[in-house]
Write a protein that binds this ligand. Sequence first.
Ligand SMILES: [Zn+2]
Length: 409
Amino acid sequence: MEKTLRYNYRLNPTPVQEAKLIEFGATARGIWNLLLSENRRRYEYDKTFLFYKDMASLLKEIKPLEEFEWIKAFDSAAGQQVARDLETAMKNAFSKGRLQRFPKHKISYKKKKLHNDSFRAVNNSNCIRIEDGAISIPKVGKVPIVLHRELVSNIKTVTVQYRHGKWECSITQEVECKTAKQVLETLTGFDINSKQTVVGSNGFMADNPKFLKHSKEKLNQLQRQLARRTKGSNRWQKTKQRINKLHGKISRQRLDFAHKVSRQIINETDIACFEDLNVAAMQKFNGSMVVDNVMGLITQLSKYKAELEGKLYHEIGRFEKSTGICSECGQRHVLSLNDRYFTCLSCGTYQNRDLSAAKSIARTSELDLIAAGIVAKVLKPTSQQKYSIKMKVFELSKLDCGSEKREAA
Ligand SMILES: [Zn+2]
């Protein structure tokens, strides 16, 4: 099984290259808007759409025309990619047999430092390569790149984008997953609480880092400053730019944190179990915390890391409640947000709220997975005639890779 992974790298273009990148970003936006308008026109006329092929040939047709000269300067594969992306967006906009809403036109920002145009180049016959600290991008040239981590395989596409005041490119690569493990030994439940601390039923704990809190306080301060300034004034623009930069910093810090936590989670367990995000969010998160979705990031990243390692990721059902359940006897308790510890009314065990929740997630997951026939519990001999009963051993049977193997055998 292959997975497409995306890695982001910083670019340091020369002024000439930067001008080219800005121009290409604008061109990609122009092509998107042009094709989208054509699609809208078509849809209003006879309720049909242009598919990728139609759009690609349309581009070919108009290219020689004088008024579309701006398209000629553009990398033609990148132009086709815009058509492909638009087709995907249109298909996604379709559900339940009808169009829900059209994709949107892309707007340009008058202030150069705030624009967020992007374009995607496709690696046809190795035209995109990384050599001597630079990445070759068609019709732009060799742009210096900060290669903070090695590539894992061949480059598929490169998206160049100006974000939060810096140039970056995101490179997609095909990565081969490890074969699914036949025996999974450990199952761990993870609870993410309202303070965004991650607690595992195996005793794992990761705290919401302080630097994120610092950055957020700084952001609030800047936003208050922005409100005091005259909209559109020089000082207003300056604050606006600082806010934009800080947003970039926060999103990088958050991603970094989520990557590290999910890496630890997957290293320590074979089956990682979480609560369904939507319910968990409704139960625990309110206001700004929903926007600040570290939680979603951690589960997303854990999921793909588990898949890469041939391990298992599981989310428990929508209406399973995990908070306030005694980890010893299963008694339910109603806890307020401030109760970090509680004593079980039924068996008297004094326990940590988050750890109990994590244990309850682990237990529900185990039952789920066994009921679905995905895993089975087997006894594992530890020495002659002795069996460990505490050790849980699971056998894969219904996983994609597992079932293929079985049929082949
Ligand atoms: Zn109890």
